[in-house]
Write a protein that binds this ligand. Structure first.
Ligand code: UT7
Length: 334
């Protein structure tokens, strides 16, 4: 274990999901699917869909304001804003800069981080380095997605899985021995084709032809991702624990990426964790990529499920391919 100068932890959390609910029954009227199939294969019952005029930054700002309020931190105290997203409002400028401006966080540096569904655990690990080294004292990490804008509503393999939302956490100094104790970040670009938006950048710029072929929307090989995910989720938590010599029985709560209940159950089994210690939102929000983990964390915190000293494991996997986990000793009083 490395000796830390400062301990970085979560000072406050917040989340926001759009008002519009799309149920499995609603989807069965659009594509050839059923509530039974979606529930059995994924655990998802419904998901939230952003309004036509609602972009990722609109969701992110609400989550950010709620997290700042929970932390008792004002925007002008922020040194850094990291927005983890794969659905930024525009390629340029970054969504983080939009949030910086809308919050009035005058002294904050701001950048977007692209690690798909592992994004929030990546962002938390990056931001915590600035706090631990004493370079910065307050950071805002947001996971926000408007995935519905990239869904092919004719593809039943993908359109039933995704939803929109945003979660945020304010990071700052906490008592010695608390906060983010360890993290594990990983990547395997050889699996990059498994989840992709083929026409979305300089390789194949968006054109009338690519839009006609739906190449500007999410394409996924679900089976390949599933096989990767069941191993990655448990393994990354084990790697984080090894770094601090912590046995896995010490984990009080698992906050996993919420792609599929079967993937979550398999990760919990690998970690010998009963499902009542796993925070679940998949049934009501579906897969919101980088927003899943911070929303699950913020919702559980708002329900006062965590008590000071609890060990919380965050675990994510996603496009890239990427995986990431963090072990946190919860530092807030209820
Ligand atoms: O955040 C990371 C991103 N993604 C993921 O984590 C996704 C990981 N993968 C999965 O969650 C699962 O692989 C899926 C939920 C995507 C698919 O579940 P599956 O049990 O792997 O189903 P499958 O792809 O093997 O498909 C089984 C059958 C197929 O029909 P045939 O070929 O057996 O006749 C599919 O065409 O189910 C069919 N199918 C559907 N049927 C009704 C696929 N999607 C649907 C649907 N409704 N929505």
């Amino acid at each position: 274990m490395t000796l830390k100068k400062n301990y970085a932890g979560i000072l406050g959390t917040g989340f926001y999901v759009p008002e519009k609910i799309l149920t499995n029954d609603d989807l069965s009227k659009i594509v050839d699917t059923s509530d039974e199939w979606i529930t059995e294969r994924t655990g998802i019952k419904e998901r939230r869909i952003a309004a036509d005029d609602e972009a990722t930054s609109d969701l992110a700002i609400k989550a950010a304001e709620s997290a700042l309020k929970d932390a008792g931190v004002t925007p002008d105290e922020l040194d850094l804003i990291v927005v983890c997203t794969l659905t930024s409002d525009r390629i340029v400028p970054s969504t983080a800069c939009m949030i910086q401006h809308r919050l009035g966080a005058k002294k904050a540096a701001a950048f977007d981080l692209s690690a798909a569904c592992s994004g929030f655990a990546y962002g938390l690990s990056v931001a915590s380095q600035f706090i631990e080294t004493g370079v910065y004292s307050k950071a805002l990490v947001i996971g926000a997605e408007a995935l519905s804008k990239y869904i092919n509503w004719e593809d039943r393999n993908t359109c039933v899985l995704f939803g929109d939302g945003a979660g945020a956490a304010v990071i700052g100094n906490v008592e010695e021995g608390y906060g983010i104790l360890s993290f594990d970040l990983g990547s395997d670009g050889s699996g990059g084709d498994a989840i992709q938006i083929p026409s979305s950048g300089s390789r194949l710029p968006v054109s009338k032809e690519t839009i006609d072929q739906r190449l500007n929307l999410i394409h996924m090989n679900g089976k390949d991702v599933f096989k990767f995910a069941v191993k990655a989720m448990g393994n990354t938590v084990k790697h984080s624990l090894e770094k601090i010599d912590m046995p896995q029985e010490k984990i009080d709560w698992l906050v996993p990426h919420q792609a599929n209940i079967r993937i979550i159950q398999s990760a919990a089994k690998r970690l010998d964790m009963p499902m009542d210690k796993v925070i679940l939102t998949v049934q009501k929000y579906g897969n919101m990529s980088a927003a899943c983990i911070p929303i699950a964390l913020a919702e559980a915190a708002s329900e006062k499920r965590f008590k000071k000293g609890d060990i919380i494991a965050l675990s994510g996997f996603g496009a890239g391919l990427t995986w990431a986990s963090c072990i946190i000793r919860w530092s807030k009083d209820n």
